[in-house]
Write a protein that binds this ligand. Sequence first.
Ligand code: 4AD
Ligand code: MG
Length: 452
Amino acid sequence: ARLSVRDALGAQSTSGERVKVQGWIRSVRSQKEVLFLHINDGSSLESLQVVADSSFDNRELAFGSSVEVQGQLVKSPSKKQNMELKAEKIEVVGNCDATAFPFKYKERHPLEYLRQYPHLRCRTNALGSILRVRSEATAAIHSFFKDNGFVHIHTPIITSNDCEGAGQLFQVEPSSKIKMPEENFFNVPAFLTVSGQLHLEVMSGAFTQVFTFGPTFRAENSQSRRHLAEFYMVEAEISFVESLQDLMQVMEGLFKTATMMVLSNCPEDVELCHKFIAPGQKERLEHMLKNNFLIISYTEAVEILKQSSQNFTFTPEWGVDLHTEHEKYLVKHCGNIPVFVINYPLALKPFYMRDNEDGPQHTVAAVDLLVPGVGELFGGSLREERYHFLEQQLARSGLTETYQWYLDLRRFGSVPHGGFGMGFERYLQCILGIDNIKDVIPFPRFTHSCIL
Ligand code: 4AD
Ligand code: MG
């Protein structure tokens, strides 16, 4: 029977049956009469120890080579592992040129170094753990929504709208090799989506609670540690929600429930990050999980920033967007507990946010969640469900023509509703303590870089 390394390590009994395990060699140690190999196939952080007699010793059994081992699983005499494989047959599937291979046995390479090898870095312990956590977190998020009665919607990747109105669009056109009789493939300019929100709003008008979790694209001209040109966003939209409070409850629930699931489903992988990549992160994360998230208004946030003695590069001022340095300061000020900042100036936000009708300092029912180490993790709002308010907003933004269909939603059974989006890579950075967003996605895309 073929077994994964994970299943081999977890086997409860030694049936005496012959098994086959395939993977890549992570270490070779030869002693007088025995040869020890560790092989890994990505199914777990731990590698399987293979014990062979020294007659198997050969130059091709080197770090990085792929092998197929047949033999018997036996209880390991060592406390380090449960089972080991007594090899009867070892076949090198593909040998590895160790002199040219960029990773060295037993060396802990910095993430920055690994980033130069997007086609090979997944074979290291660090990226292996991060990407397994990513996979578990994806499943945890889906299960949170399923358990809470949300319907999963595939929102389109190609769209003709710019939901956020920020103009950070990638335009989609057929390659110049394709001859089109018309001048435009879709008849209208089309773009890669910056957010599935507007499509989710359509669906929340039928399914009440919906979510989407897919790739999102922004032409961010930024080399920062928290921006990518292609990232994954988790978005939810909920009908009959009347207050930001209700929305914030779902956001906090999603963060905490998904994180607890990840911690219990892949503790070794999380531990690797917490121990070797981001020391102290275990405690920082526990602190986030055991405290209730805080809530402050945008106006209060600006006051806190103004009263601080810190010299900001950008002077905090009411009516101006919060910068990363401001977000980081606010989170520290809040004792490193995630903090919701609510009720932003109307002038700073897209057309769809609900007007708070609160006089001269005109705000909308927007909410951002700021978290330690990352800053903004979620953005959300109540949506303007009142026909006339929305009509005015669209007119103000010159979007009346474009969004007739969106206004229609307010004509045909409109309901108060709201939603949010969470940057999935920033979420992973936040729980694992990974400094650079490029290290939590298999193939990062950013300005001047689209390798592979
Ligand atoms: O705050 P944003 O722009 O909100 C929206 O797009 C809403 N339409 C979502 C909604 O209400 N359905 O983006 C949401 C989150 C941000 O808080 C951030 O975590 C992440 O997406 N994000 C990025 N992550 C990586 N790289 C980028 N360039 C990002 N831009 C936004
Ligand atoms: Mg935002």
